[in-house]
Design a binder for this molecule. Structure first.
Ligand code: FAD
Ligand code: UDP
Length: 375
């Protein structure tokens, strides 16, 4: 009989939700994290009374009622609705692409006029592909031109996407852009999901609620004393990097990462919105986040005379940096698959979350996965 039923490596949403459920099932858990705080990438730091999303802006969104009710049972969520604005050479456009955007781009007033404008541009893209003898879009640029046309592609997509991925749109897979909704209504809500919001009081409340009454240790790296950690629990839940778990025996997986440049400003309202994307290539950052707008609405924004902003610079990942986005190319996917096969054969280790599965997951699917695990 070992000291713990579960050793949980990583206190992000996967590990914390697992610990919560395991405790409810009467299991004894220890959660360790190599960072100096709990919560993984949803962790926020309070600066000037503002919850600053230290690892990038996090907006919870889902259409799954069970997931929504679960997170709200831990901490109620607010009514934040993500409506990013794009800045291209000083002109502002609403996102996602909707009637407001089409009006700002072309001055079109009705959905029929907008549709006609987009159709005209799509036809051009189609003809260009046909004369090149191509049936399916071969890359992100062709996909975007077919979906929305040249004006929007060149103003709102090309620069942003090339900065985000560090590669030309002609070298990126088409599927990345399929996620962007196109709407012929005046609706700036970025997500199509039924529910969205931010935990009232910030994400740390969610993590604290999930981990309440559970033993935790921060500044504790599983690999610094692997034999010890493996000896103290019947089973391990591992949410760190899968290639590291196997000592990189097949090679290193790649990631994209983000560098944040954070500033506290003596102004109550810097940009009037939580998210402003900079879509031209000459601006080196992809977007500016103004954190207070996630939790303060309307005139509440002026209750605090200061604000905190973060400029996001998308960069190539190197060892020692935070691994954020799995790279979805053939080589990395094939390598990840080899590691996943090893993982599938383990009887006492559950691999879960973004790093252990090497898959980009939003928060809600992570929770959904954990709610469905047999504990
Ligand atoms: P993580 O949060 O990364 O947690 C893993 C934990 O394991 C970390 O705390 C790490 O320190 C710890 N760990 C790793 N290795 C070890 C080790 N060897 N020993 C001990 N501890 C270890 N999702 C949304 O739904 N909406 C959004 O708006 C959104 N925005 C995002 C923006 C960015 C920039 C990023 C990167 C992600 C975003 N996500 C968003 C996704 C969201 O962050 C993830 O779904 C979620 O954080 C995944 O949780 P996790 O537990 O798998 O991983
Ligand atoms: N995108 C874009 N312009 C924008 C916002 C997004 O071209 O202003 C594209 C870009 O290719 C990006 C993709 O849409 O990679 C998905 O963006 P989203 O913000 O939905 O995803 P995330 O950054 O959260 O993965």
């Amino acid at each position: 009989m070992k000291q713990y039923d579960y050793l949980i490596v990583g206190s992000g949403l996967f590990g914390a939700t697992f610990a919560y459920r395991a405790k409810k099932a009467g299991k004894k858990c220890l959660v360790i994290d190599k960072r100096q705080h709990l919560g993984g990438n949803v962790y926020c730091e309070s600066i000037e009374g503002i919850n600053v999303h230290k690892y990038g802006a996090h907006i919870f969104h889902t259409s799954n009622l069970q997931v929504w009710e679960f997170v709200n049972s831990i901490v109620p969520f607010n009514r934040y609705t993500n409506s990013p604005v794009a800045n291209f050479q000083g002109r502002l456009f609403n996102l996602p692409f909707n009637m407001n955007t089409f009006y700002q781009m072309w001055g079109v007033i009705t959905p029929d006029e907008a549709q006609a404008k987009i159709d005209e541009q799509r036809q051009e893209a189609l003809h260009a592909m046909q004369s090149a003898g191509v049936n399916e879009p071969r890359n992100l640029e062709e996909q975007a031109l077919l979906l929305i046309g040249r004006d929007i592609y060149e103003t709102l997509i090309k620069g942003y996407t090339e900065k985000q991925w560090g590669r030309k749109c002609t070298d990126l897979p088409a599927f990345i852009i399929k996620r962007l909704p196109v709407r012929f209504v005046f609706d700036n809500n970025y997500f199509n999901d039924k529910y969205q919001g931010i935990p009232i009081g910030g994400y740390n409340r969610l993590i604290d609620g999930l981990l309440e009454g559970i033993e935790t240790k921060v500044n504790t790296d599983f690999f610094a004393d692997r034999n010890h950690w493996e000896s103290i629990a019947d089973r391990i839940v591992f949410t760190g990097k899968i290639d590291e778990f196997y000592d990189y025996r097949f090679g290193h997986l790649n990631y994209r990462t983000v560098r944040f440049e954070q500033q506290t400003l003596d102004t109550p309202n810097y940009q009037g919105n939580a998210v402003v994307n900079y879509t031209e290539s000459s601006v080196p950052y992809t977007r500016i986040i103004e954190h207070k707008h996630f939790e303060q609405f309307g005139t509440e924004v002026y209750d605090n005379p200061k604000t905190v902003i973060s400029r996001e610079y998308s960069t190539e990942w190197q060892d020692g940096m935070e691994p954020y986005y799995p790279v979805n190319d053939t080589a990395n996917n094939a390598l990840a698959e080899k590691y996943r096969q090893l993982a599938a054969a383990e009887s006492n280790v559950i691999f879960g979350g973004r790093l252990a599965e090497y898959r980009y997951y939003d928060m809600a699917p992570i929770i959904e996965k954990v709610l469905n695990i047999q504990i």
